[in-house]
Design a protein around this ligand. Structure first.
Ligand SMILES: [Zn+2]
Length: 379
């Protein structure tokens, strides 16, 4: 932009830019200096750089770094656009184990497959040659019931109130969708079991979650009925790219975010973890988790970029840690917002619907199996 040979008169563009980059009230002072001096230009560059690099101090938006402070901010009407970033911790109360965590005993049962190393089960090259261990693990971990948690329904409530800009999830369990978030509300950063695709680049035929579930439980290796190639759930394996939407949405979503709510994630998987630094310097960030996390753990602090979370230092001004389960934290926030009864009602109603669907399914299956047994015994 500042190319040599082009005539820039600093004062022509200064008021425009300074209104964008300088704290309120300073822009007039600066232009009153009058001189098209190098100082002004340097100030501009300094501001531009510090803003771009996140070095300038952000505005303090919350009156208090607590859940109450966050609730008051939401109620003030100034907070119009909320992004939720969620991880495995929001689904544990639904009985869904963390699919990828080594050390949870999950990998122990896989010894018979002679994996070169535990993570191989999620490596795309290994999977294409040896899909059996992955599908065995999927069978073992497949949730018996898809019943979203209070936390999932809290996000649905944010959507209903017109406050949810987007939910960025690391989870592949489709619970956000079951709770009522739609494709457009969601970035499933690590993919999803919701759909599956043929691995052949020439074919890429799509298969449904029910189709994949049948295959997983029939112990057949899922094969494409068009071309005979392997079919893989659309979860992101090691060695695969994140969905393109993750990167495109990130660019537009985070700069206009008014509040970032981070729930049930230890912020250790990149590039997901680095999203917390994509919001503006003034955007408050609320962590609801069993422990504090994200405090300059991903190297941002090293460069002084200040991208990490700061809950406790003297300089803390926007990050709030609410240490609790995600469900308790969401219910507490709902209470402060005056939405508690509404959230409880939603959870009760939706869980009731899921239960009645499940029992109908079980009846149907029992009837089918009784019929088939009847046919068999009739022979
Ligand atoms: Zn195919």
């Amino acid at each position: 932009m500042l190319t040599k040979g082009v005539q820039y008169k600093p004062l022509d563009w200064w008021p425009v830019f300074s209104s964008l980059i300088a704290p309120q009230g300073q822009s007039e002072d600066s232009s009153d200096e009058g001189g098209a001096s190098g100082d002004t230009e340097m100030d501009f560059l300094r501001s531009l750089f510090s803003r771009t690099l996140g070095l300038s101090p952000g505005e303090k938006v919350l009156d208090e770094l607590t859940l109450d402070g966050v609730a008051r901010y939401i109620k003030s009407g100034k907070c119009k656009s909320i992004i939720c970033m969620v991880g495995a911790g929001i689904s544990t109360s639904a009985g869904i184990p963390d699919f990828r965590s080594p050390g949870t005993g999950l990998y122990a049962n896989l010894q018979k497959y002679n994996l070169p190393h535990p993570e191989a089960i999620f490596q795309i090259d290994y999977f294409k040659k040896h899909p059996e261990p992955f599908f065995a693990l999927a069978r073992e971990l497949y949730p018996g019931q898809f019943k979203p948690t209070v936390c999932h329904y809290f996000m649905k409530l944010l959507k209903d109130k017109g406050l949810l800009q987007r939910c960025y999830s690391q989870n592949i369990d489709t619970m956000e969708r079951v709770a009522g978030l739609e494709g457009g509300d969601l970035i499933e950063a690590h993919g999803t079991f919701h759909t599956s695709h043929c691995v052949s680049f020439l074919c890429r035929k799509e298969f449904s979650m029910d189709w994949m579930k049948d295959k997983i439980f029939s112990e057949d290796i899922p094969k494409c009925d068009s071309c005979g190639n392997l079919v893989k759930p659309d979860i992101v394996f090691f060695g695969e790219n994140l969905p393109a939407r993750f990167f495109t949405s990130m660019q537009t979503d985070f700069p206009r975010c008014d509040l970032l709510i981070i729930m049930g994630t230890s912020l250790q998987v990149q590039p997901f973890a680095s999203l917390v630094s994509k919001v503006s310097n003034s955007c408050p960030r609320l962590l609801i988790n069993m422990e504090k996390t994200g405090q300059s753990e991903f190297g941002m602090g090293l460069f002084g970029f200040g991208g990490g979370m700061d809950f406790d230092s003297d300089k803390a001004y926007r990050d709030v840690a609410h240490i609790s389960s995600c469900d308790d934290g969401c219910m507490a926030l709902a209470g402060l917002l005056g939405w508690k009864a509404e959230l409880e009602e939603m959870v009760k109603r939706e869980h009731g619907l899921i239960d009645s669907k499940d029992s109908k399914k079980t009846e149907k299956e029992a009837k089918q199996s009784a019929e088939s047994t009847g046919v068999d015994s009739g022979k």
